[in-house]
Design a protein around this ligand. Structure first.
Ligand code: MTE
Length: 309
């Protein structure tokens, strides 16, 4: 995101990337044959219900979802998270505690299991669009964030929600340098956080999240650029004002608080009109709100989305 002058969407590069992905698939298949697994998943999740939230496009192959990642805590290359995570973070990082604080009646530090157990896990197949102009379709497993937040009884002063990722340079080698201002911070307006599409994900493809995808718990906001979907969350805070998020601090001209997928508002260094779906050859038109306009456009009525980008 920050470190590149252009996203990886140039015509010639599309072919290069495809060959690269094909090669990775070939290597993964080879690895499976010699017994040291292609994507080694963390463990199946029990009692996952289906939901009506599923796009028709085919899901992105698991190997791409788990090996083409942005997670700067592990490094800035797409391959760093999958390469570094097993040795630094283990397969399924637990015990894990999430601290919920700020403008609410019932602040608490809650073990991951207690945060999730009261809720019904469901699978939701969402389109995901990165600000770098590539996209995936991912079968997430999780619970609607709003249902979890309600348990902490946000008060009338709670207008926004701030999320933070764990800081632990022992387990996140990328945090030993100053690529970004740690901890990684993201935020939503309270109505966005309570929207039924907003998911607190704990798995994908029916299995627990691997570290590279934000284990053990992450946000998924499918109508916003991928950077809003913060990984490995340890803090949730109800606030009166919007958070100063990591990418706003790093490049305020390029990354705004809302970050809604908007093909009409270009990134200062590249167009957002099209995207490359990982695994596909031709570029696709990017859809307003990433295709979720019917569900979420009303949240922004009366706002100028070119100003509030
Ligand atoms: N969360 C943290 N803590 N650190 C990160 O670097 N990268 C973001 C987002 N969440 C990031 C993060 C970006 S830019 C994207 S596109 C998505 O994670 C990628 O999620 P995925 O790798 O599971 O597809």
């Amino acid at each position: 995101m920050l470190l590149k002058s252009k996203p990886d969407i140039g015509e010639s590069e599309v072919t290069d990337k495809r060959l690269w992905l094909d090669r990775r698939r070939f290597l993964a298949v080879g690895a499976a044959f010699i017994g040291s697994g292609a994507p080694a998943l963390a463990g199946p999740l029990a009692n996952v219900g289906k939901s009506g939230w599923r796009v028709d496009d085919p899901s992105t192959p698991l190997n791409d979802v788990t090996h083409y990642n942005n997670f700067y805590e592990f490094g800035t290359d797409k391959s760093d998270p999958a390469q570094m995570a097993p040795s630094f973070f283990g397969k399924a990082p637990k015990p894990w505690t999430v601290t919920v604080s700020g403008e609410c009646a019932k602040p608490a530090a809650v073990a991951y299991e207690d945060l999730i157990r009261p809720h019904r896990l469901e699978e939701r197949i969402y389109r995901m669009r990165c600000v770098e102009a590539w996209s995936m379709v991912i079968p997430w497993v999780g619970v609607p964030l709003g249902e979890v937040l309600k348990r902490f009884e946000p008060n009338s002063k709670a207008k926004y929600v701030e999320f933070t990722t764990l800081v632990d340079p022992e387990r996140f080698p990328g945090q030993r340098g100053g690529t970004l201002d740690w901890p990684y911070i993201e935020g939503l307006r309270l109505d966005e956080a309570m929207h039924p599409l907003t998911l607190l994900a704990v798995g994908l493809y029916g299995e627990e999240l691997l570290p590279q995808n934000g284990a053990p718990i992450r946000l998924v906001v499918p109508w916003k650029y991928g950077f809003k979907s913060i990984k490995s969350i340890v803090g949730i805070r109800f606030t009166q004002t919007p958070a100063r998020t990591t990418w706003m601090k790093a490049a305020p001209r390029e990354y705004g608080f809302f970050a809604n997928v908007n093909p009409k508002v270009d990134h200062p260094r590249w167009s957002q009109a099209k995207e490359r779906r990982i695994g596909e050859f031709l570029k696709r038109e990017t859809l307003a709100f990433n295709g979720y306009a019917d569900q979420v456009a009303a949240l922004y009525s009366g706002m100028d989305l070119a100003v509030n980008f």
